[in-house]
Write a protein that binds this ligand. Structure first.
Ligand SMILES: C[S@@+](CC[C@H](N)C(=O)[O-])C[C@H]1O[C@@H](n2cnc3c(N)ncnc32)[C@H](O)[C@@H]1O
Ligand SMILES: [Zn+2]
Length: 279
């Protein structure tokens, strides 16, 4: 934990959790979140809370699996996507009302979540994958994590001044509901050439990403940025981890994996679109 981060966030930036069963406010007492209707959700020993009732789960282990999470963490820890974080933080610094809470929607293992934490704000992360949230909460104890679904978020209305989504599903109605008036939504999605060289190894004719769709209708687009840079790899492990993070990993043949294992250098583009919307 870096020195400028405090464990106890300022009270005014705390967001209000709500009960996923009856939508009443949840109050934390004795390591349990409880609502008026006596629904109760225990805080896990890692500090997160599971707000995904069994009946809302569509599969036993929804979300990314452990192998994907571990590959992503190993890759992100090497800093290949740090330029993206820097661009996101620059927008946060430029536009946000710093007295309001921050929300990372589909936060995975918390790589972007924790980098938004400052001395004065509170930062929340939600993911549907419990194992991922466990890993995030254990590592970043100064952020608030919960297991929940983005399609029915466990927060009261208008709780956040800054909400972002990196490569995760965008649920506009719920995002709009939990944003404060004039609050912002930042989406990060792949641009045309994202990982083009890696994809070219897998598909004989790699398709560029389709970036034409912009699904947001209720919020106003205030800024759009393209971030393109090259990543130079000098070991195969990082390339294999990058591959494992992608939705096309399962298309890679055994012989291609063997080839990748022998790589000593590889260059690949990162290409992102950042879109900032305001309520
Ligand atoms: C590609 S990962 C991105 C994770 C993280 N934002 C990052 O970039 O490192 C997408 C994440 O969205 C989560 N996810 C997918 N559908 C979800 C849903 N309906 N509710 C909550 N999380 C979901 C997955 O479990 C996964 O962690
Ligand atoms: Zn309840």
């Amino acid at each position: 934990m870096s020195a400028n981060i405090v464990q106890n966030p300022a009270k005014n930036t705390l967001a209000q959790y709500r009960c996923p069963l009856c939508q009443q406010a949840l109050v934390l007492a004795d390591k349990s979140y409880r609502c008026h209707n006596k629904h109760s959700f225990d805080q896990a020993k890692q500090g997160y809370v599971n707000l995904l009732p069994v009946q809302f789960k569509h599969s036993k282990e929804p979300g990314d699996n452990k192998a994907m999470v571990q590959a992503r963490r190993a890759f992100l820890d090497k800093g290949y996507y740090q330029p993206l974080v820097d661009s996101m933080l620059a927008l946060y610094q430029q536009y946000s009302d710093k007295s309001l809470a921050v929300f990372d929607a589909g936060c995975g293992e918390g790589f972007y979540t924790h980098q938004h934490k400052t001395e004065n704000n509170t930062v929340y992360g939600v993911d549907i994958a419990k194992e991922t949230i466990k890993i995030a909460a254990k590592r970043y104890q100064y952020c608030f994590f919960s297991v929940a679904t983005l399609s029915d978020l466990p927060f009261s209305d208008q709780q956040f001044g800054w909400l972002y989504s990196v490569y995760a599903p965008i649920l506009e109605a719920e995002f709009t509901r939990i944003l404060a008036d004039k609050g912002y939504l930042l989406t990060v999605t792949p641009a045309d050439n994202h990982l083009f060289e890696l994809k070219s190894l897998i598909y004989r004719q790699a398709n560029k990403h389709d970036t034409s769709k912009s699904p947001i209708e209720q919020l106003t687009l205030v800024e759009e940025q393209r971030l393109n840079y090259t990543m130079d790899f000098t070991n195969s492990e990082d390339v294999l981890n990058l591959l494992a993070m992608t939705p096309f990993a399962f298309k890679a043949s055994e012989s291609l994996i063997d080839e990748l294992k022998k790589l000593t250098s590889f260059t690949c583009q990162a290409d992102f679109i950042l879109r900032l919307y305001q309520k």
